[in-house]
Design a binder for this molecule. Structure first.
Ligand SMILES: O=C(O)C1=C[C@@H](OP(=O)(O)O)[C@@H](O)[C@H](O)C1
Ligand SMILES: C=C(OP(=O)(O)O)C(=O)O
Length: 434
């Protein structure tokens, strides 16, 4: 791909049907957990994107069989809960925080050494949030900057890990999942309490493998696991975090009418629907169903006049990855939108609060102000065509593309990072604009 991408202004409404690619969080977990089973699992609608391919490569390096039948369909078979084996070289988690943090949870209890690396972005992200609680359970994990950063090495613990009660300072599904996964191998029950409930795909998928977790408010408990029974198949629903770009584009480009097929609508992920509806969006769910313990639906969106809103910490885990594109909706809405409690965005693939502020202001001067943990977006600010930068962050690139399409066009520098979660993104946008 070229080093810049030209996004044309949408001269008419966006119309059409979009098959939403598989959910990133669920795709990761489908491969990881299947690799801990001892019978083949047929995974369909897998997200064929860099992050999930990093997970597939990790599990293969650790001895699981991972055979692709097509880009989105694969068969994974492990050698049981204790059947992973030492990798022959360093494992590369690429750009994926989910891969690294969940894998630490799986590998901390194993009787062999693992060393992880990742890309430049992943080297900057905080891993102490997982290393600290796992170490309190008895794990031996070492990393740069006092055991907080990549590269990271895990060595065998002395005996079994110990179950514990952990009160997490952050609402993070990656932290929760890592601790629960280590908890499967511990000598007693493990409980994670979060400030607010984060996405529960780990808990739901563990159930499909015969492992019960107990939920009590924002606390989740797992018992030491004796047997792990892989289901014969897992169908991954579409990713609402990918659908988010079309929910916003369809709402703000006048005359649009889009049908988004097969979108996961797990209630721990649907914060974007709540916020867009509060802003006046016209969104309807059709064909609602449950598949493999996960809710899914087709979603219709048509253009609507949006107005500003405010939201904060409580809803944040339910829309954490959608903030950059929700900022686009806010820019085309009437009045101000105030976002608080979003400090976690500073430790994603890039500092997304700073990146949204700097790049949106290139396309709409004066539109966005950042605070320590949030954004104020002045809706209705005049938009112009300009060149802006992705920071090699997939969600920044896609949000800037939607801003450009809904506004006056844009040139995006380093656009290719969309392959992290949505390789077909630019082609889909071009098709809707044709
Ligand atoms: O568990 C997961 O699959 C994810 C959890 C979230 O991260 P945090 O756990 O850091 O909030 C989210 O941002 C990420 O894209 C995927
Ligand atoms: C934060 C994200 O993913 P990860 O933490 O897995 O890198 C994301 O996809 O926006």
């Amino acid at each position: 791909m070229e080093n810049t991408k030209t996004i044309a202004k949408a001269r008419q409404g966006l119309r059409g049907t979009i098959e939403i690619p598989g959910d990133k969080s669920i795709s990761h977990r489908s491969v990881m957990f299947s690799a801990l089973g001892s019978t083949p699992v047929h995974i369909t609608n897998f997200l064929h994107a860099q992050d999930c391919l990093s997970t597939a490569a990790c599990m293969k390096a650790l001895g699981a069989s991972v055979e692709f039948e097509s880009e989105t369909s694969l068969v994974v078979c492990g050698h049981g809960l204790h059947g992973l084996r030492e990798a022959s070289t360093i494992i590369d988690a690429g750009n994926s925080g989910t891969t690294l943090r969940l894998m630490m949870g799986i590998l901390a209890p194993q009787p062999f050494l693992t060393t992880f690396t990742g890309d430049a972005s992943l080297h900057k992200r905080p891993m102490g949030r997982v290393i600290k609680p796992l170490s309190a359970m008895g794990a031996k994990i070492y990393g740069r900057e006092k055991n907080t950063k990549l590269p990271i090495t895990i060595v065998p613990a002395e005996g079994k890990l110990h179950g514990m009660l952990y009160e997490s300072p952050v609402a993070s599904a990656q932290v929760k999942s890592a601790i629960l996964l280590s908890g499967m191998y511990a000598d007693s029950p493990t409980t994670v309490v979060e400030p607010f409930t984060s996405r529960d795909h780990t808990e739901r998928m563990l159930e499909a493998f015969g492992v019960e977790t107990k939920k009590d408010g924002t606390a989740v408990t797992i018992e030491p696991v004796e047997s792990f029974h892989a289901p014969s198949s897992i169908e991954v629903p579409g990713d609402i975090s990918s659908a988010a770009y079309w929910l916003v584009a369809g709402s703000v480009v006048p005359g649009s009418h889009l049908l988004l097929k097969n979108v996961g609508v797990n209630p721990t992920r649907t914060g974007i629907l709540d916020v867009l509806e509060a802003m006046g969006a016209k969104i309807t769910l059709e064909n609602e169903r449950v598949s493999g313990g996960e809710a899914a639906a087709d979603i219709r969106v048509e253009a609507a006049k949006l107005h500003g809103t405010s939201f904060g910490a409580e809803i944040m885990p339910r829309l954490i990855d959608e903030i950059p594109v929700l900022a686009v909706a806010a820019l085309f809405a009437e009045g101000d939108t105030v976002i608080t409690g979003a400090g976690e965005l500073r430790v994603k693939e890039t500092d997304r609060l700073q990146a949204v502020t700097d790049e949106f202001n290139k396309l709409a001067p004066g539109a966005v102000e950042a605070s320590k943990d949030g954004l104020v977006i002045h809706g209705g600010t005049k938009v112009r065509a300009a060149t802006c930068f992705s920071y090699d962050d997939h969600r920044m690139a896609m949000s800037l593309a939607i801003l450009g399409a809904a506004g006056e066009g844009a040139e995006i520098e380093r656009p290719e990072c969309v392959t992290i979660s949505y390789p077909a993104f630019y082609d889909t946008l071009a098709r809707l604009q044709a």
